[in-house]
Design a protein around this ligand. Structure first.
Ligand code: TXA
Ligand code: MG
Length: 317
C-alpha cells in the first residue's frame, strides 16, 4: 500500500515489519536497525547478499553518538555541514548495532536523511532505521513511491509516499583510514564540496571481489536492457535507429528518433540531471527500444556521481 500514514508506518516498524521510506536521495527499505529479525527481512526482501552492509538512519547527531564509539574531528565537521543530507559516514560501531547490519565489519554506516516525512518518523522512534535502497539487488534505485511499488509492492505492507526524491542519486560514503579521509561511493554531496570543507580526500570507488563499499560492485544500478556508453557510431552500425533509446545530457542526438530520447537537463544542470537519472533509466527500460545508449556528463560535481552510476549500469553482468 502507498500512503502518507505516519501512524501506520510507526506501528509496523515497532512490530519488526518493513516500510519503504522516502529520503532526498532514493527510497529506502527500512526496518528497526537494532532488531536482527527486521534486518534479516531486509536482506530477504531485497534478495541482497549478507556480505553487503546496510546504512543506519537517524534524525540527530545525539542519537547517532549512541551507535558509534568515536566521532573523529573531520567526521564531526562533515556531519555539521552536510546533515541532514546526502552524506554517509563510516564510523567504528558500538556493540548495540547487530553484526548483520554491518556484515561483520567493525564500522557502521550512518546518516541523517533530509526528508520531512522520514525525519518525523525517525523522531517518533527510539531506534534507528537500517535502510538500503528499496530495489531488488542490482537494479535501478527507486526515486518515487511508484517505483518501489512496481518491484517490491507485493512484499512489503507499506510504502510511505514522500513524492519524488529531490537529489536522485544515493548518498556519498565517506570513511577514515588513519589520517586519511576516503570517499568509497560518489553521491549526492560532491567531492568538491567535501574538499572545500576538509581539504584533499582520496576517492576509492573501485570494485573488488569482496567489496568494502558494494554500491561499488561493478554491475549495479542496472536496467534490464543493455546499456551502452561511449562510441555511438558502433551502436548505430549494429542496431536500427528505431531500436535505440538514448539518455542524453542537454540535447538529443541527430540520427536517433526524437521520441526515443530522454534529456536529463536542457539547461545543463547537474542537479536536475541527477534528479532525473534513475526515473529516466526506468522509462527507457520500458520503452519499445532494444538497447539504450547514454551520454556521459562532464567529470565534475554531481556529474561524477552520475557517470559512476551510468558506468555500473552498463557493466557486464
Ligand atoms: O542514499 C543512500 O545512501 C540510500 C538511502 C536509502 O539512504 N541508501 C543506500 O543504501 O544507497 P544501499 O544499501 O543501497 O547502499 C549502501 C552502501 C552499500 O554499497 C554498502 O556496501 C555500503 O553502503 N556500506 C554500508 N555499510 C558499510 C560499511 N560499514 N563499510 C563499508 N561500506 C558500507
Ligand atoms: Mg543500493
Amino acid at each position: 500500500m502507498i500512503s502518507t500514514d505516519l501512524n501506520l508506518a510507526e506501528k509496523l516498524l515497532r512490530n519488526n515489519e518493513l516500510v519503504a521510506i522516502p529520503t532526498e536521495t532514493v527510497y529506502g527499505l527500512a526496518g528497526n536497525a537494532l532488531s536482527e529479525e527486521a534486518v534479516a527481512q531486509i536482506f530477504a526482501v531485497k534478495n541482497r547478499p549478507t556480505f553487503d552492509p546496510l546504512i543506519v538512519h537517524s534524525d540527530s547527531l545525539a542519537k547517532i553518538k549512541n551507535f558509534v564509539l568515536e566521532f573523529p574531528p573531520k567526521a564531526l565537521l562533515l556531519a555539521e555541514k552536510f546533515w541532514a543530507g546526502s552524506l554517509t559516514l563510516l564510523l567504528p560501531k558500538k556493540p548495540i548495532i547487530p553484526d548483520l547490519v554491518t556484515a561483520g565489519l567493525p564500522t557502521v554506516a550512518v546518516r541523517i536523511p533530509k526528508h520531512f516525512l522520514t525525519l518525523q518518523l525517525l523522531q517518533r522512534l527510539e531506534f534507528p532505521l537500517a535502510a538500503p535502497s528499496a530495489n531488488p539487488f542490482g537494479y535501478i534505485s527507486p526515486t518515487t513511491a511508484q517505483h518501489v511499488a512496481e518491484q517490491l509492492g507485493e512484499k512489503i505492507p507499506l510504502i510511505l509516499d514522500g513524492g519524488s526524491c529531490s537529489v536522485g542519486v544515493e548518498s556519498t560514503i565517506v570513511g577514515f583510514e588513519g589520517e586519511k579521509t576516503i570517499i568509497y561511493r560518489l553521491g549526492g554531496v560532491s567531492v568538491e564540496a567535501i574538499e572545500n570543507l576538509i581539504g584533499k580526500v582520496e576517492v576509492k570507488t573501485h570494485s573488488t571481489s569482496n567489496p568494502l563499499a558494494p554500491g561499488s560492485l561493478e554491475s549495479h544500478y542496472a536496467p534490464t536492457k543493455k546499456l551502452f556508453l561511449g562510441n555511438l557510431q558502433e551502436i548505430l552500425e549494429r542496431y536500427s535507429p528505431q531500436d535505440i533509446g538514448t539518455l542524453v545530457f542537454r540535447k538529443p542526438i541527430p540520427n536517433i528518433y526524437p521520441e526515443n530520447q530522454l534529456i536529463l537537463s536542457e539547461q545543463g544542470s547537474f542537479t536536475e540531471a541527477a534528479k532525473n537519472l534513475f526515473a529516466m533509466l526506468r522509462k527507457l527500460d520500458k520503452m519499445p527500444v532494444k538497447v539504450i545508449w547514454a551520454e556521459l556528463l562532464p567529470e565534475k560535481d554531481l556529474g561524477r556521481a552520475i557517470n559512476d552510476r551510468l558506468r555500473r549500469a552498463s557493466a557486464k553482468r
